[in-house]
Every structure is written in C-alpha cells, then in structure tokens.
Design a protein around this ligand. Structure first.
Ligand code: PLP
Length: 387
C-alpha cells in the first residue's frame, strides 16, 4: 500500500485513541441490547425518548405507505414533498422565525450555511469548543478563521475590535456537545450588534430540551431573529428523528436555497422521515412533562454525584460529563461501567482537548429514577479503580 494506514491505527491503539463501534440489536431507549446483553443506556442524545415513541413510528409508517422510501431527487429537482414543506412551515412557527429550511444532516447544514455566508475576505469567529462541523465549515469557507476562548465574550470582543473585514460571522454551539454548558448568547448577540456582525447558533442539543416549549436556546433567552439571525437545529437528537434545519428571515432562507452547496447537491430526506419529525415536533412542543422528568434526573444526579466526589462540569443540561483526564482512565471507567451493565462513552481527543478525556453521561426522559441510582452505584464503585 502506498500509505502506511496500519501504522496510524497501531499508534491510535497505543495512545488509547482507537475507536470501534458497538452493534445494537434494539432501538434507542433506557436500555439497549448489545452483544446479547441489555445495557442501561447513558450515551444517547434521544433526550426525550421520542426515537421509539409509538406516534412517531406510526407517522413514519403511514408516510412510507403513501410516499415510499426514497425521495428520488434533491429538493430543487423534484424531491421536495408536501411532508418536507409542512415540516419547514411548522419549524418556522416553532422557532418564531419567518421561514425554515431542512437539511439532510446537521453536519451538512453547518458546512453549507457557513460556506454560503462567508468566504475569502470575510472573517469568522468561532468558540474554541465548537462542534467539528462548524470548525470544518469555517476552515473550508476561506474566510479568516479566528477562535475565541470558550464562552468568553471578552475574548470575542477583542478579536472583533481588531477585525476590519466587511462581513463578520460569529458562530457558536448553543449547548456544547461535550461539556453540556450553554453559550452566553445575550452577550454574544450584543457584541454582534455592536460590530455589525452576524450571529449563528447551532442548537443541536437545545432543541426539545431548553425553553418552555422546547424551542431551545433562542426560546430560553428570548432571542428573536434580529438578535439571533441564523438559528440552526437538528432533528436527530431531542426530536428523536433525523435531519436538521436552519430558521431565519425569508431572505436568508431564499439565499441558502440558491447558494448552500450541501443543500443543493444532495438527495432530499425521505418524506417519511419528515413526517416522523412533524409528529416529534408536536410531542416536543407539548413535552413539558418530559422536560420536567429530565430536569429531575439531572438535578438528582448532580446532587448525588457531587456527594460521591466526582468531578462534574458546569452543566445544567442532560449532558453531564465526568472529567477523568487521561485516555486510559476514561477507557477503564467506561469498561468497568459496561461490566456493571451500563453503557457510557469514553470521550477522548480530538473530540475534547488533550488531557480532558471524560465520560459523557447523557440523561433521557425515558430513564427511571432507579436507572439513575444504578448509574450512581456503578460510578461509586469506579472510584476505587487505579488513577
Ligand atoms: C450532532 C451535532 C451536529 C451534527 O448533527 P447531525 O444531524 O448528527 O449531522 C452538529 N452540531 C452539534 C453541536 C452536534 O452535537
């Protein structure tokens, strides 16, 4: 072989950075079936338990019997169905924006939106801990790429002060995917206004979870389209479905339909997926009881875990990392939890900074209090493992 790929793999194994996949024999839920065992699932992003909700499944089935499976073409050719159209209208209403536009995945939405909005001669400002898709889109855009300190409006302000670019785009996760903390959006929106910059927020982990109706960080902070003009969200996490969207003014959406390459040059989502998302959206909007249950689990876990002396992070969301430091330690704890029937991912670089490997524990409204107690007991056992 011209490239020594095996050496790269061997090095990853030596560094505790090798990754492999688990094969599930069940759908998502409080437990999942892996290698013939039922494991308690504390690593899913299905925060409200909607991925296997009977009404969501029924909507999917019914639309599949009407539309079939494949959408057949891209949205601009002839793949845009009535289910896609209705979902976009409902997402606009959900987020309080004029319009919304569906993308096939969050990764594609982020790279497509960023590259459509900025290019050579422009400047993009990103939080250091932004999701990989935002970083990739920013780097590929050709705009001057600048990272500011995590959740630090002052650090961002200093960069904006020094920038002479005409077009400036500030981009941040709403809820940080590996830390669980929330971006200081009112301060970022104010800076954007002062500097004539645009603010884009990726709310993959806020949709369904934050805000009285589950509309995410924009609802949580009451930021309208003027303060937060580019609101991106995904449907594969809290919504329990698949796909992503951006919401904003009519002109933004019209512009993206005509310029975002990851929107134009790809096959539309299956209409049945859009139909399932429409049902999820209704359940999320009326999901106050689910969010309350979730908050109860988070509060209880934090209280008890702190009592156990575990190093938690500054998070009030369903993402509750336990910071362990070395890759080996994260892998050892994850393996010990699995032996005790609990599935939690060991998150290592480059997903998180070197020396900050962690367990990324996520909660769902599908969990029972007993499940959380079992997790806490297993974590208590892990404290005895060699450091
Ligand atoms: C998961 C995630 C994405 C990607 O969304 P997909 O629909 O899974 O491609 C984008 N941004 C953040 C912050 C995420 O956590």
């Amino acid at each position: 072989m011209p490239f020594d790929l095996a050496a790269v793999i061997a090095q990853k194994k030596a560094d505790g950075l090798y990754r492999h996949r688990r094969t599930l024999a069940s759908g998502q839920g409080a437990t999942v079936r892996v290698d013939g065992h039922d494991l308690l699932n504390f690593c899913s992003n299905d925060y409200l338990g909607l991925a296997t909700h009977p009404e969501v499944i029924a909507a999917f089935r019914q639309a599949a019997s009407t539309y079939g499976v494949g959408s057949g073409a891209s949205h601009l050719v002839c793949g845009h169905s009535a289910e896609h159209e209705a979902l976009e209208i409902e997402l606009a209403a959900f987020t309080g924006r004029e319009r919304a536009l569906l993308f096939s995945t969050g990764y594609m939405a982020n790279t497509g939106i960023v590259q459509a909005l900025v290019g050579r001669g422009d400047a993009i400002f990103e939080d250091r801990l932004n999701h990989a898709s935002l970083i990739d889109g920013g780097l590929a855009s050709g705009a001057k790429f600048q990272r500011y300190r995590h959740n630090d409006a002052e650090s961002l302000g200093a960069l904006l002060d020094r920038s002479s670019a005409d077009r400036k785009l500030i981009v941040t996760d709403g809820v940080f995917s590996m830390d669980g903390d929330v971006a200081p959006l009112p301060a970022l929106a104010q800076l954007a206004q002062q500097h004539g910059a645009w603010l884009m927020v990726d709310d993959a982990h806020g949709i369904g979870v934050l805000g009285a109706h589950g509309a995410g960080v924009a609802e949580h902070f009451a930021l309208d389209a003027k303060a937060l003009p580019v609101l991106m969200g995904t449907l594969g996490k809290g919504a329990g479905s698949f796909g992503a969207f951006v919401a904003g003014d009519d002109v933004l959406i019209d512009y993206l339909i005509n310029t975002a390459r990851s929107y134009i040059y790809t096959t539309a989502l299956p209409p049945a997926v859009a139909a399932a998302s429409r049902t999820s959206l209704k359940l999320m909007q009326n999901g106050q009881h689910l969010r309350e249950r979730l908050r109860g689990h988070i509060h209880y876990f934090r209280e008890q875990a702190t009592g156990l002396g575990l190093q938690l992070m500054d998070s009030t969301t369903p993402i509750q990392p336990v910071l362990l430091g070395s890759n080996e330690r994260a892998l050892t704890w994850s393996a010990a939890l699995e032996q005790r029937g609990i599935l939690v991912g060991a998150i290592r670089p480059p997903t998180v900074p070197v020396g900050q490997a962690r367990l990324r524990i996520t909660f769902s409204a599908a969990h029972e209090r007993d499940d959380v107690d079992r997790l806490l007991q297993a974590l208590a056992d892990c404290r005895g493992l060699p450091a």
